[in-house]
Design a protein around this ligand. Sequence first.
Ligand SMILES: [Zn+2]
Length: 190
Amino acid sequence: MDDGEPVEPNHHLQHRYPAESRYCAMCGGALKPRIVLPDRKRLKVCERCGFVEFVGPKAVAGCLVVAERRVLLLRRGNPPAIGKWTFPGGYIDLGETPAAAAMRETAEEVGLEVAIERVHGVYADPARPDAMVVVYLATAGPDARPSLSAEALEVAFFGADEIPWNELAFRTTRDALDDWASAMAAARSG
Ligand SMILES: [Zn+2]
């Protein structure tokens, strides 16, 4: 079987899903809004086979890699928010744990093999909660040096008072770093 040329996702098109999906993923029949039991939620249901299109937020995982009270951020090389700063992370694959996804994305984006310490927090943008982001605190070895990739145009460590608040990629980036900076300030005064 010929799979053809690799394809590049069109983000504008991807973001129209699931709002504009029209056909059943199982049989290709037409989807129609119906009340679904037991919760009586209005969902799209296939008129032909009865398949219910349950959709939820996309799951994302990432790492705050901390060394000497500074956190690693990268300048994004891909849309959306190209050129803005965030921490390494990405979509969790089906069949992958959140922690494994966070470690894999960190290795792919900045070339660091990290150890997860614990969950930092779970974040979503209240204005557009179409993704939920699981953020871990992680550490790299003392001699580990981050590297650049197509996804990371620039990589740097920032102290709590050095974070580029006006150049962050997402609301979830800001909220996760805000919590981290608060925790650092509390640890310093406590
Ligand atoms: Zn169907």
